[in-house]
Design a binder for this molecule. Structure first.
Ligand code: NAP
Length: 342
């Protein structure tokens, strides 16, 4: 008989935490008991899961006792403090924060790209930034087959990804502007309504934190520490699914038909590319979907072995919660393969 797990979700009331709980349910992850954790203000809130109700609680010493698997979907600070405690209690941890992503001892995982390298001695597994996930799913087959000489990526990140308050600000600013009134900007340094802001996070040298994450995380996941990659991250006033314009120079010549074939065989990727019918990936179609969509596939004639394309994915699903559940499914296999403790 397969074992069901005691599963903790830290950040259970947040955007990613809620998506994760719903994906655990839809993928029939065997959960014997769900422990939802959130901040003080959510204590007592009811979380429905697989026909049962669990009550939200705060993190306390010993709260991970007997937990098999803990998903962390809160902040970097919460993960810094509590992930080590979950591991000491004997749990496997899948952490979606940035706290441990670049730690050389911690695998940074997109299962379709580097999941085969994991072993059950990896107790802490990190999930990447949402923009990194959809980029590396598309780059993987190009890297394997033709080699990556250089990558240039520009991300179009939705306002919703900056949190509920940012979303509310987009709505209130849009209404205010349409009625000719001025509106305050609190969530971002500039108004987001009818605007694009070329800054996500604070500047470290000439790049923002977001841009640095995309470059460093992509190198780590693809196992290419010397990869030449540069990123520009732009906040756009849209609601669902990040878009990315990607330009790649491959090491060796390719045929576009072979690129399409390689992407057809890539798990997690769907080609949506029929320019004559205006078919290409768009956020309004990808919301709630599990795939990374790729389209506008065309040769970049300005360089040797150049390729341009556009990728879109639901940041809450493949960009965060689904990716974490897929990592959790590896942990599940390891746990179910072990004899049960008596
Ligand atoms: N959104 C994305 O697209 C995305 C993609 C990839 C990775 N991530 C990462 O995933 C994490 C969650 O992001 P999100 O967008 O879901 O944020 P969010 O909607 O703001 O949710 C944050 C969650 O953390 C909880 N929390 C806050 N302080 C806590 C504490 N002291 N102890 C326990 N829980 C606490 C909140 O509980 P309350 O409701 O009680 O405040 C809430 O459940 C972040 O690390 C983010 O960087 C997000």
């Amino acid at each position: 008989v397969s074992r069901s797990l005691k599963v903790a979700v830290v950040g259970a009331t947040g955007a990613v935490g809620q998506a994760l709980i719903s994906i655990l349910d839809s993928r029939k992850f065997p959960v014997a008991e769900l422990l939802p954790f959130a901040s003080k203000r959510s204590v007592g809130r009811e979380i429905s899961f697989q026909g049962r109700t669990s009550i939200c609680r705060v993190l306390t010493p010993g709260c991970f006792d007997n937990v098999d698997l803990a998903f962390f979907d809160a902040s970097d600070a919460v993960s810094q403090e509590w992930v080590p405690q979950a591991i000491l209690s004997g749990a496997w941890v899948v952490d979606n924060s940035a706290a441990f992503r670049m730690d050389p001892k911690v695998p940074l995982v997109v299962p379709e790209v580097n999941g085969s390298h994991l072993t059950e001695s990896d107790r802490l597994l990190a999930g990447p930034n949402c923009s990194t996930v959809q980029l590396v799913v598309a780059l993987k087959s190009l890297s394997d087959r033709w080699g990556l000489k250089r990558v240039v990526v520009s991300t179009y990140k939705i306002t919703r990804g900056a949190g509920i308050e940012a979303m509310a600000e987009l709505s209130s600013q849009t209404l205010a502007r349409l009625s000719g009134q001025a509106a305050d900007s609190k969530a971002f340094v500039h108004p987001i309504a009818f605007n694009c802001i070329p800054q996500i996070g604070s500047f470290k040298n000439d790049y923002t934190g977001e841009e640095t994450k995309i470059m460093e995380e992509s190198r780590k996941i693809l196992g290419l520490p010397e990869l030449k990659i540069t990123a520009t991250a732009i906040r756009v006033p849209t609601l669902h699914c990040h878009g990315e314009s990607v330009n790649v120079e491959c090491m060796t010549p390719f045929k576009i038909s072979d690129v399409r074939q390689a992407w057809t065989e890539q798990a997690g990727l769907v080609i949506q590319d029929d320019p004559s019918s205006s078919v290409y990936p768009m956020g309004i179609d990808a919301v709630g979907k599990d795939y990374v969509g790729v389209g506008r596939i065309r040769r970049d004639e300005s360089v040797d072995n150049g390729l341009n394309f556009w990728v879109v994915s639901d940041n809450l699903r493949k960009g965060a919660a689904l990716n974490a559940v897929q990592i959790g499914e590896s942990v599940l296999q390891w746990i179910q393969a072990k004899p049960k403790k008596i």
